[in-house]
Design a protein around this ligand. Structure first.
Ligand code: ATP
Length: 269
């Protein structure tokens, strides 16, 4: 694996505590009737507490599959995924996924109902506390006043905010986002990226974020893993905590984006 970083990799990791999430030699496959499709090959990753870790790569490189495996929906063919010292064996409330689709919210539930639902299902908290937590999360994503609205009354960006509030109210160890803003128009997408960063500043959650946009990866992530296609392997890892939305368009930002592009699409030797 190539490491493009302003830190010395060995020196940096030696000083860090064990990673919150460890992905070790993870190969993921789909068995179809005709053949076995290898989506990722021996992926190694370390995600630390409060990282905004981005999986970046071209279509079909296995980003979503890897995210689903971390969520516990797909067991690795080889390797292991360990969260907080415990091997991931299936889905759990410690890992919540926000998807790209606008229809991830049950349409018959209000905003408040949608946010409360998964937390109520865990039966771990009294209803009043769940309501309070949900209202707090709704306010954090800027939707106070929309508690009684139904999904069809909301814009795409607002629906994604509800999905984020729902995930955050669960207080997961890791928040997983699979191209959450890809279906939004460019301006809303920009705004949602900005809001996500503000939210992270406030809450400091650990995020794993899938995208195939280099610009989005540089803005959202503090670390970016670059994946090669078919099957996905980690080609390089980039530290990019210097960038924010105001950096976009600047010369340094553009040359970082160009370097990533060249690395992603360089021919394998
Ligand atoms: N349910 C499935 N059955 C068989 N093959 C699948 C299935 N889901 C994904 N694949 C294959 O696994 C590989 C990785 O797919 P995946 O969706 O993880 O890629 P991705 O990087 O997230 O792509 P995109 O950016 O287009 O969403 C692809 O070759 C894809 O065709």
């Amino acid at each position: 694996m190539v490491l493009m970083s302003n830190l010395n990799a060995k020196g940096a990791t030696a000083a860090l505590p064990p990673a919150l999430l460890q992905v070790r030699g993870v190969t993921l496959e789909y068995a179809t009737q005709e053949r076995v499709v290898r989506a990722t090959h021996r992926i190694d990753l370390d995600v630390h507490q409060a990282d905004r870790f981005v999986l970046l790569g071209p279509s079909g490189c296995g980003k979503s599959t890897l995210l689903k495996a971390i969520a516990g929906f797909i067991p690795p063919t080889e390797g292991r995924i360990v969260l907080d010292g415990t091997p991931v064996k299936g889905p759990g409330a410690d890992r919540i996924v926000v998807f790209q689709e606008f229809d991830q919210l049950p349409p018959w539930k209000t905003v408040l109902g949608n946010v409360m639902f998964p937390l109520l299902s865990t039966r771990s908290l009294p209803r009043a506390e769940v309501r309070e937590r949900a209202q707090d999360a709704i306010a954090k994503v800027g939707l106070a006043g929309f508690e009684d609205a139904y999904p069809h009354q909301l814009s795409g960006g607002m629906k994604q905010r509800v999905a984020i509030a729902r995930a955050l109210s669960m207080k997961p160890r890791v928040l997983l986002m699979d191209e959450p803003f890809a279906a939004l128009d460019a301006l809303t997408r920009r705004k949602m990226q900005e809001e996500l960063l503000q939210l992270w500043d406030e809450v400091r959650f650990t995020l794993i974020f899938v995208t195939h946009s280099i610009e989005e990866a540089l803005v959202v992530g503090n670390r970016v893993a670059l994946l090669s296609p078919r099957p996905g392997r980690v080609k390089a890892e980039v530290n990019c905590h210097d960038w924010d939305l105001h950096s976009m368009g600047g010369e340094d930002f553009q040359s970082a984006a160009n370097r990533i592009h060249d690395t992603l699409f360089a021919e394998e030797p």
